[in-house]
Design a protein around this ligand. Structure first.
Ligand SMILES: O=P(O)(O)OC[C@H]1O[C@@H](O)[C@H](O)[C@@H](O)[C@@H]1O
Length: 269
């Protein structure tokens, strides 16, 4: 199905959960296990016409994270391209689908030799595997992130355990240390470079567990009330970004593949 601007979406509704996926950006926008609240936040002011990355869900930052070289888009180009559906399979555990992005699908990257694939499992739990493959003969620089926007009752009431203790504060531009779990009441933009594999988000009634693999960092972000144009004025308090990221790879050797994974489950408390 397509929206009025022609962007293609896949809607999933199986025995376990419902989900919405945008081929633009290769981006999961909605996931809700039956009987549970939606896991992901999608901005009511998200731009859905292909002119800008979609604000919310799980954008894929690739093949770099952050600013990148001059003139290049922040967080890489993958979230600005239209991916294609490679496979879709219904199983007892849910729906398993793979989206792919190749240089042939990217007008400015013709002739390059790589493949990016995002496996998404929509079941009682949500699992994503982002496979980056260097199909060329020279090493390829690589950073990647699953930039997840998680719904929370109010970000100031959300407690987070399992990020790590040491982080780089991108707002203060200095290294910091915090020994226990995190509740924050101010804008945050942090890189935890010694992350633990299991993060727990506690809201008033729900606990969300996040299992990360293949990452070397977790990024924590919430802009506070000074929001970008595609977040409504009061919308900033409804989400927190916990981003499963690999930022320090030496590069992907010729023929090598890297997999970044995230599994999420929600339960009432
Ligand atoms: O507005 P964008 O490009 O989606 O980025 C949002 C945020 O993404 C986070 O990952 C960065 O750490 C922040 O610095 C950035 O502001």
């Amino acid at each position: 199905m397509c929206n009025a601007a022609g962007l293609p979406f896949l809607q999933i509704d199986n025995a376990h959960a419902s989900a919405l996926i945008s081929l633009f950006g290769g981006q999961l926008l909605h996931y809700q296990p039956h009987g549970q609240p939606p896991l992901l936040w999608l901005s009511e002011a998200a731009v859905l016409d292909g002119s800008k990355a979609i604000r919310g869900g799980i954008p894929v930052c690739w093949p770099w994270f952050g600013k990148g070289a001059e003139g290049e888009p922040q967080h890489g180009f993958a979230r600005l391209q239209t991916w294609q559906l490679d496979s879709l399979e219904e199983t007892e555990a849910g729906t398993l689908l793979t989206l792919e992005l190749t240089p042939e699908l990217c007008p400015d990257h013709q002739g390059e030799q790589w493949r990016l694939a995002l496996e998404i499992e929509i079941g009682a739990e949500l699992t994503l595997h982002l496979h980056s493959e260097n199909k060329g003969t020279a090493p390829m620089p690589l950073q990647a992130a699953l930039h997840s926007y998680f719904h929370c009752g109010h970000v100031h009431q959300c407690r987070i355990e399992g990020l790590g203790h040491d982080y780089f504060d991108s707002l203060l531009q200095r290294a910091c240390y915090k020994p226990v779990e995190t509740v924050f009441r101010e804008p945050v933009d942090r890189i935890y470079a010694a992350p633990v594999p299991l993060t727990r988000l506690y809201n008033s009634h729900h606990e969300t567990s996040l299992r990360h693999r293949g990452n070397d960092c977790l990024v924590l972000w919430n802009p506070g009330p000074r929001v970008p144009a595609d977040i409504p004025a009061l919308g900033w308090s409804d989400f927190v970004c916990v981003e499963t990221a690999v930022l320090g790879l030496q590069g992907l050797a010729a023929g090598d593949r890297h997999t970044l994974s995230l599994s999420c489950s929600v339960r009432g408390i």
